[in-house]
Ligand binder design. Structure first.
Ligand code: SF4
Ligand code: SF4
Length: 183
């Protein structure tokens, strides 16, 4: 009698297990078979930061070289190189950085005002992604929305230097390529 009861208990347990398995088997998949498939729900994904281009020139960033992002980054992982064109007039009232330090050759007033000449030219925008905490302060504080988070979910590398980017160069290289899509 005990043996029969044990057998019936075992069978019932098997049925319950198969029921759970069958239920899960019929649910939509939450994972994909990478690399044959790729995820398509990246709208809220935060990859490394990248520069946003001007709407009428994909090879030029919206950046006005105010250096606010460089100054505010708590991880010190942004480095900007710039120069002032010789033909640019020097300002009467230089633009102040967050710390109040004026930049030689900076624009006289709000860089967003119409009629301003381009007085600073971006030469390099370097990101050390090894140090970035993805806090988003640089993106939030850019006055011209020139920074955004990329959707590079499949970024990989074998050494630290693989994660040190010149974002200006990346923007220019991508400018005339087909638009990247992860959908
Ligand atoms: S805060 Fe924006 S505009 Fe200023 S240097 Fe950084 S990316 Fe350029
Ligand atoms: S997200 Fe934060 S840590 Fe990363 S570059 Fe921007 S300010 Fe620096």
């Amino acid at each position: 009698m005990t043996t029969i009861r044990k057998t019936l208990n075992g069978l019932w347990s098997l049925i319950v297990g198969l029921k759970v398995t069958g239920k899960e088997f019929c649910k939509p998949w939450l994972t994909v078979h990478y690399p044959r498939q790729e995820v398509n729900n990246l709208n809220t994904y935060r990859g490394h930061i990248e520069l946003v281009s001007l709407s009428d020139d994909p090879g030029k960033p919206k950046c006005v070289v105010c250096r606010r992002c460089e100054e505010i980054c708590p991880s010190d992982c942004i480095r900007i190189e710039m120069h002032t064109p010789e033909e640019s007039h020097l300002p009467d009232r230089p633009l102040m950085l967050i710390s109040g330090v004026p930049l030689a050759g900076s624009v006289a007033k709000d860089p967003l005002c119409e009629g301003d000449k381009l007085l600073r030219v971006l030469d390099g925008f370097y990101l050390n992604y090894n140090m970035c905490s993805l806090c988003g302060l640089c993106v939030q504080n850019c006055p011209v929305s020139s920074l955004t988070f990329s959707q590079e979910v499949y970024l990989a590398g074998q050494k630290r230097s693989d994660f040190e980017f010149d974002l200006l160069q990346r923007l220019q290289e991508d400018a005339y390529k087909p638009i990247k899509s992860y959908h």
